[in-house]
Structure formats: C-alpha cells, structure tokens
Design a protein around this ligand. Structure first.
Ligand code: HDE
Length: 694
C-alpha cells in the first residue's frame, strides 16, 4: 500500500530555530525546514509512525510525542479576573512637565515618546467569554520608561466596590459563576452577586456606575481610564503631592444600549477586539489624553470624604484635571498569547518619583499581582518574557529558577563584593526612594471613621446624570434584580437605593412589582448633598464626530448606485467606516447593471454592528426584503437602538413593514448631510416610543 501523504501547501515561514538560548525567527524569503524543538528536520508532518499502514502507532515516534505534549501544555491558567482582553502596543508622549512635583522622567521629559503595552479587559468572564457583557473594563498600561517599568493598572470606572483588599476574594466569588451550577458566565445579574452587594453598603457608589451605560461601551477606544487610587508624586526635595491619574478618549465617550449589547454578543463575540484590530489596521489609532488631579495633604484633609477610600472620587469641580500627555495605540501584537496573555501587570511596578498612598485596597493589590503572576506564568523569571521585560538596562543578583533565559557570567552573584568591578551596585542618588511619611495611630483591624459615608457619592453620581441616563440606571437595576430569585435580596437592594434617591428607589420598586417600598437600612453616616458633576455623564462627553464609528448601507438588486455612493462619500468624509450589506456577500446588481460587492451578508451582519444605517432599495429590492426577517430586524433594531436611519422610497417600504415610526432620526437618503448630523448622536427622544424603562 502506498503511503498517503498530504503535502503541506505552505510550510511555515516563521518557525523558530534555537541557538544558545536565543530564539531567531526566519523572516520571509525561502521556507526554512520544519523541525522539532531539538532542531531535527521533519520529513513528514502529516502521518505518525505506525508498525504497518493500518497498525498501531509506535511509542518511539518522538516527533508525534513532542508535538502532542507541547500542544497539551499550550494553555496556562487564565487570570482569575480580567481574563478576557484586547491588548496593543503604542506610545505615551508627555506634553506638560510635572517637574515641580516629581523626579520621574516619564512625567518630566516633554516630547519624549515612551513605549507602552495596554491591555483593556472585562472583569468577570473567562478568557473565551464575549466582549460585551455589562461589566467594568480594566485599563492596564505598562510604560517601558527609561527608569524601569511603570504599570498603571486601572479601570474605566474611577471607584471600586470595596474599601479593603481583604474583601476582594468574596466580591469576586460572588460575581463569578455560582459554584454549584457553573453559571452565569460573565454576568452580575444573579443572586450571589446581589446578595453580597446588598450586604456591602460601601459598594453603592460603584453600583451606580456599573448600572450606568459605562459598562456597555461602544468601543474600547471610547472608554475613559482611571488609576482609581491616590498615588504620590515625589519631588527633588523629597516633597510629595497626591495624584489621581485619568485617561480621556480622543473619540469621546460612547456606550451602547442594553438590548443592543445583548444582540452584539450574538452577532460578534469579539466585537471590541475586532473593532480595535480593524482600527489599528486602518491607521485610525486609538488615542487618549492623560490627565492628573494633583492635591496636597492640606487639601485632602478638607475634602468632605477620604481620598484613601477607593469608593470615592474627587469631583473635577473640586480638583480640576490637568492634561499632561497622550497615549496612542498604533501596533497590534504579533502574537496574542506571547503578548496579551503573558503580559503581567503589577500596581507595585512604579519608578522613582512616584509612590503609593495608604489606600488599603491599593496596599493589598501591591501584594496580589506578583503572587498571581507566579501561579499564572509559573516562574519567578516571567519578567524576562519580552512583553514584560524593561526596555532599559536591568541587572541584579537574582539567579536561576524555572525557565531562566539569561546566562549571567562570572563568579559574583551577591552585593557588596570586592571581586567584581562591574557587577551592579545600589545607587543612592538616582535609586528608588519611598516618600518620607510619618505614620501614627494604633494598630488594629479597623475601618477608618472617614470611610463611613457610603451613599453621598452614589447620590452625587445619580443626580449628575441626564434623565436618559438615570432611566437607564433604573432599568438596569430592575433587569438585574429581576434575575435574582430571592425576594429578600431584591428588597434589601431597593432599601439601599432610598439613601441614594427616593425616586430611584420608587422606580426600581415599581419595576420589580414590590407592593411597598422596603425600609432603608441604617446608614453609618448621614448622606450629604453635593453639587452635581456633569463630568460624570456619558451623553455630555459624546463627541460630535463619526470617527471610529461604522455606517451600514443595506442594498439589494436594483438599488440606486448614486444614492449609495453619496452616502458612502459623506460618511467617509466624516470619518466613519462604511460597510455594504446585502443578501449575498457577492453583492447586488445595482440599477445601472453594475454589481456592488457586499462587505457583509445580511444574515450575519445585523444593524447592531453599526452606529447608523442607510437603506437604499428599489421597489423590487424592497419587495424581496419584506419577507426577510433579517432585513426587517435590521431596521427595527436600528430604530430600537436609537440610531439614525436614512431611507429612500424602497427603504421606507421596509421601514413600514418593520413598523418603524418617523422622527427626527429618520432622514431622506437624498439628504446625506442630515443623515451624517443625525448619525453623530443617538436619538434619545425616541426611547419612550420603543421601550418601557423603569
Ligand atoms: Fe485587580 N487583579 N485586584 N483591580 N486588576 C488582577 O492580576 C486584585 C482592583 C485590575 O490586563 C489580577 O494579573 C486585588 C482594582 C486590572 O492583566 C489579580 C484587588 C482595580 C487587571 C488582581 C484588586 C483593578 C487586574 C488577576 C483588591 C482598578 C487586569 C490577574 C485589592 C484600579 C490586568 C492579574 C491585566 C488583575 C487582584 C482590585 C484592576 C488577581 C487583590 C481596584 C485592570 O492579581
């Protein structure tokens, strides 16, 4: 019997060959030989070694065993939180110096570009979970500075659920899949989460944020980022200033609506990852402003809250933001695992001129991240992985361990020593120094009195929102609590809301069908009135642009090519990416007989993937689509998700079938300018006509 062999059509161009501890990629050109990890060339990568053509496989097949063994070990433990993420390389550029406050070069050398690797994540779901659950987004930036790596490991929300690190495992166990049943994946809408929250009044401020549309971002390039905790900047004379770090997206803030986020999860599980991949590939690099809030100990002492409490923010109206730089993400990783998966952030990674505050949540984090990397990456040498290694020289006497990649020379591995003139030494002048801070008080497991106010900032957040955003918060609470089986948990949560806003509590109680408003629990501190802070809104921070947005044009046979071209031109000029959607990916034959290829087949390209849609149909095309559920859903969902719709006569016929009403967001396809203007926003006034919010 002749040997069955399937020739490999494209032998890998980029396999690795090992030489003395270094890995080399064969770049382009002629294909190199496919080898084992020992460098032995393979003659056959299609068939394992058998005793006869139909006989058992031989144990001696070292090629098969090596390949399968390596494959069996391809996965490493995923992150216990923030497992699902998108990462990209880029740079940070300082635009204003903080030399008055810090010695850190990254914050004093204006115009210098520092490489960064940024990882944007969801929190609760596993690595394979969808991109668009209602969830906080992690915002982790590794700055490869000249003075060592600085990791700013933040979130897209400026406050957190808990005040003390010792509560973190409980919080995460409560939000994760319930342990007996293994669901729900990546969702807060279940009993254990709300049980824990209802018994943890300090989480109420964060609850307002997570029930807002901040947890349903339209794009990762449209989220804010926050360092959350107060840090210190340390100046030349050793003086220190408190600082909060902020990232502000160049494209403005934008979120989806809940029903849209749910449908996106079905249409494209990788919605955010793909969006950033496409943006970087197209040269539309995601960009953020970097800003700081600086304040002194004296100012902090006068705040009506404790800045060391991570459930509190400092309103911009109290301490304005100073923009000091920008970050641009301009390079997709070469390899997802090597970079996005293996990158290891740690809030303890700081550089001279920056220091920690006593925030008890931050203090716990300083321990946790290194510990988790040891278990996740399996070796104390994970800092040698390229994405983790500093880009400045680093040298010490740490040695050996699993997966040691370095080959240090010489007999000296200690300090001080008299045997080596070149081994690294401590450098008192430029080395890292902690801020000299006096500590007083009694030791104990004590929560500071100044951490007792759990409701004032929750109220501040809620009252700072527009009426549309308030309605979304109320509706989200009703949705989530309706998924909770235990009535006492629903009631306990509604009781807390009474401290935040009586009207909110009433709306939620009504949405849950509660007969009476539950009693509010005792509050540990009185609720203070604070001046509303419009900076906490999303709607107020949407930018008047279509950059980073997508427009979908639905066509069918007989569509007017000129109308399609006019909309495409206007949308592209406004910065949007334009996609043609048709029944078949091959496209449709336009009125002039030309075939216009589609970017997406209608069944797989629903309108949830776009920010606004145009429907350009001939009478015949409209007739065809009237009986296509995907076409009817296309316009009905666009309408329900408050998007602008441009339609010509045929398009209007489809709108009618879909029972789509007429309003300011439904424009004539011939008026491209009106369409672009409407596409730049959501049609908030339409919402009461499409859904009952709480
Ligand atoms: Fe984390 N967190 N966290 N966290 N966190 C992790 O570290 C932890 C907290 C945040 O893209 C883990 O490498 C504790 C606040 C981000 O790789 C782990 C506490 C904030 C990421 C861990 C917190 C964050 C993590 C899991 C309470 C916003 C993803 C894997 C004291 C300021 C980073 C890992 C990335 C990841 C512990 C609270 C942000 C287990 C103990 C507050 C963005 O070490």
């Amino acid at each position: 019997m002749s040997k069955q062999k399937t020739p490999s059509k494209s032998a890998p161009r980029d396999q690795q060959t090992g030489t003395a501890g270094e890995l080399h990629q064969i770049a382009g050109g002629e294909h190199g030989p496919l080898t084992t990890n020992q460098g032995v060339a393979l003659s056959d990568n299609q068939n394992s070694l058998k005793s006869n053509p139909r006989g058992p496989t031989l144990l001696e097949d070292f090629i098969l065993r090596e390949k399968i063994t390596h494959f069996d070990h391809e996965r490493i433990p995923e992150r216990i939180v923030h497992a699902r993420a998108t990462g990209a390389h880029g740079f940070f550029e300082l635009t204003a110096s903080l030399a008055e406050h810090t010695t850190a070069k990254i914050l004093t050398e204006v115009g210098v570009r520092t490489p960064v690797f940024t990882r944007l994540s969801t929190v609760a779901g596993g690595a394979g979970s969808v991109d668009t659950p209602r969830d906080v987004r992690g915002f982790a930036v590794k700055f490869y500075t000249k003075e060592g790596n600085w990791d700013l490991v933040g979130n897209n929300i400026p406050v957190f659920f808990i005040q003390d690190a010792i509560k973190f495992p409980d919080l995460i166990h409560a939000v994760k899949m319930e342990p007996d049943r293994g669901f729900p994946q990546s969702a807060t809408a279940h009993d254990t989460f709300w049980d824990f929250i209802s018994l943890t009044p300090e989480s109420m401020h964060m609850v307002m944020w997570i029930m807002s549309d901040r947890t349903l971002p339209r794009s990762l390039a449209m989220i804010e980022g926050f360092g959350v905790h107060s840090f210190r900047l340390v100046g030349q004379a050793g003086q220190s200033t408190f600082v909060k770090f902020h990232w502000r997206p160049k494209l403005g803030l934008q979120s989806t609506v809940w029903d849209e986020a749910v449908k996106i999860a079905g249409a494209d599980q990788d919605f955010h990852r793909r969006d950033m991949f496409d943006a970087i590939a197209a040269g539309n690099f995601p960009e953020w402003e970097f800003a700081v809030q600086l304040f002194t100990q004296e100012q902090a002492d006068a705040f009506p809250f404790d800045h060391l409490d991570a459930t509190k923010l400092i309103p911009e109206e109290l301490v304005p933001l100073q923009v000091i730089g920008r970050m641009v993400l301009d390079r997709w990783p070469d390899n997802f695992f090597a970079e996005t998966e293996q990158v290891a952030y740690c809030p303890a990674n700081i550089v001279p001129g920056i220091d920690f505050s006593n925030d008890p949540l931050l203090q716990g984090r300083l321990f946790s991240y290194l510990d988790t990397q040891l278990s996740r990456l399996g070796s104390a040498n994970f800092h040698q992985i390229p994405v983790n290694a500093p880009k400045c020289p680093f040298a010490n006497h740490q040695r050996d361990g699993h997966m040691q990649m370095a080959q240090p020379t010489g007999r000296v591995a200690y300090e001080p020593n008299s045997l080596s003139a070149t081994s690294p030494r401590e450098t008192p002048a430029q080395g890292f120094r902690s801020a000299a801070v006096a500590e007083t008080g009694e030791r104990g497991r004590i929560r500071a009195e100044s951490f007792a106010d759990h409701y004032s900032q929750a109220r501040l957040f809620y009252l700072s929102q527009t009426t549309h955003e308030q309605a979304h918060i109320a509706a989200a609470l009703v949705f989530e609590l309706s998924k909770v089986d235990h009535p006492h948990i629903r009631e306990a949560m509604t009781g807390h809301l009474r401290h935040i806003d009586e009207d909110l509590a009433k709306r939620v109680a009504s949405g849950l069908g509660l007969d009476t408003l539950p009693d509010a629990p005792a509050a540990a501190a009185p609720v203070r009135e604070m001046a509303p802070s419009p900076a906490l809104q999303i709607i107020g921070k949407m930018k008047d642009t279509l950059e980073g947005r997508k427009i979908g044009i639905l066509i069918a046979d007989g569509s007017d090519g000129a109308a399609v071209a006019a909309i495409r031109k206007a949308a592209s000029a406004a910065g949007a990416a334009v996609k043609i959607v048709a029944l078949k990916v091959g496209g449709a034959k336009l009125a002039d007989g030309k075939v216009l290829a589609a970017d997406g087949q209608l069944a797989g390209t629903p309108s949830v993937l776009f920010d606004a849609v145009a429907v350009i149909l001939s009478d015949e095309g409209a007739r065809t689509l009237l009986t296509e559920a995907a076409a009817v859903d296309f316009v009905r969902d666009a309408f329900g998700h408050l998007k602008a719709i441009a339609a010509d006569k045929g398009g209007q016929a489809l709108l009618k079938t879909a029972n789509v009403g007429q309003d300011a967001g439904i424009v004539d396809a011939g008026d491209a300018d009106a369409f672009i203007a409407a596409a730049k926003t959501r049609q908030w006034e339409r919402e009461p006509s499409v859904r009952t919010l709480a």
